[in-house]
Write a protein that binds this ligand. Structure first.
Ligand SMILES: [Zn+2]
Length: 374
């Protein structure tokens, strides 16, 4: 009798244990099946914001099963290969290692971003690369305005570096190698969005060249350098979409003929397809070109929810060949980490109906419920 009871208790204990331990593993597997990439993208925190940002990873990203964190580092790191390019206040190696540790603990893939090709200035400010090395400027005749406004006579949105300048890649590659090594990662985000200046008439190297070929050439160059160390290139997708034919416009898509590069770029890159106003169906376009794609919302929660549902639907209704290109969702935040955390933790009132905080919460609630209902 006692023996029977013992066996029964043992069985029930085993059963209970297996249920408890199997439940999270099962849901994780299901999540990975319906949405392999569940990402978050934001500026890397400044040193004084680091501890709270780590708490945010630990208490907010990890419990929502975020598994990819893109940090826009740019020059917010104390580069040893090029100290002249550091921001005046920048993350140390020790501080980056704290980010690496918390992400490793939660199985979050960390992807550092440095804006390459485009976005070498912002409004009236020249970013570090062209400030220190003005000879790389694609449009040296365009002077930075005292007071920036858009539109302007120069068509200046952001400066670009010249992709054919013979000295630019030695520096860019050193930054990429160093940032990937310190972040201990096998993926790098190069930005490459909103490149308005490319193949400009005033550039002695690029004038008259095909803009799609120039753009694709730069993607190949960066991709090949990363591939040498087994690393993958991530970029924003807007330059590869035809802005006029699709009506998507000149920001989220291209008006300067770079879009034909969609057939010229390497197939093993990741496209971050950002659309903030509508749930555009462009992931299908990228998948049909054989490119991996993630959809990136920003502020509008209802769009993010539709985009997540679309992503699951695309995976369900595709051939095996295309299905695996639909990788998932990445919430993008276009403020500094500190400003976002102020809103998140209620130090600043989140008045707007559409905010990155609300969109982030809506998106990850939806991903959770999609994995429960599928
Ligand atoms: Zn050039």
């Amino acid at each position: 009798m006692k023996k029977k009871l013992f066996i029964l208790l043992l069985i029930s204990a085993l059963f209970e244990h297996s249920v408890v331990s199997a439940a999270p593993a099962f849901s994780q597997e299901k999540l990975d099946t319906i949405m392999p990439v569940r990402g978050f993208c934001i500026s890397a925190p400044r040193p004084k914001e680091l501890d709270e940002f780590i708490k945010f990873i630990d208490e907010e990203l990890a419990p929502r099963n975020v598994n990819t964190l893109i940090l826009r580092v740019d020059y917010n790191y104390q580069y040893e290969s090029h100290p002249e390019l550091r921001d005046s206040v920048a993350l140390s190696k020790k501080e980056v290692k704290k980010l690496v540790a918390v992400c490793r603990q939660h199985n979050i893939k960390l992807i550092p971003q440095v804006n390459l090709l485009g976005h070498q200035s912002w409004a009236g400010k020249t970013e570090n690369l062209l400030r220190v090395y003005p000879e790389f400027d694609e449009t040296p005749l365009v002077k930075m305005p005292e007071k920036y406004s858009w539109p302007n006579a120069d068509g200046l949105y952001c400066k670009s570096y010249c992709p054919l300048h013979p000295a630019v890649h030695k520096i860019v590659f050193a930054l990429m190698d160093e940032i990937c090594t310190v972040f201990e990662t096998n993926a790098f985000h190069a930005g490459m969005d909103e490149v308005f200046y490319i193949g400009e008439a005033q550039c002695p190297r690029c004038s008259g060249r095909d803009k799609a070929e120039l753009y694709a050439g730069e993607v190949w160059k960066l991709r090949n350098h990363l591939a040498h160390d087994g690393r993958k290139l991530w970029i924003w997708g807007d330059r590869l979409i035809d802005g006029k034919t699709t009506g998507i416009g000149e920001w989220e898509a291209s008006y300067n003929n770079t879009f034909r590069a969609v057939d010229l770029v390497p197939k093993d890159i990741m496209i971050c397809d950002w659309h903030y106003e509508r749930p555009d169906q462009t992931p299908v376009y990228f998948a049909m070109k054989g490119l991996d794609v993630v959809t990136c919302p920003y502020r509008v929660g209802s769009n993010a929810v539709s985009q997540a549902q679309d992503m699951v639907r695309f995976r369900n209704y595709s051939t095996p060949e295309m299905k695996e290109h639909f990788k998932g969702m990445v919430q993008t935040v276009w403020s500094g980490a500190g400003q976002f955390l102020d809103l998140y933790y209620g130090r600043r009132e989140d008045k707007s109906e559409n905010s990155p905080v609300k969109c982030f919460k809506a998106l990850f609630t939806e991903i959770q419920s999609l994995s429960a209902s599928e």
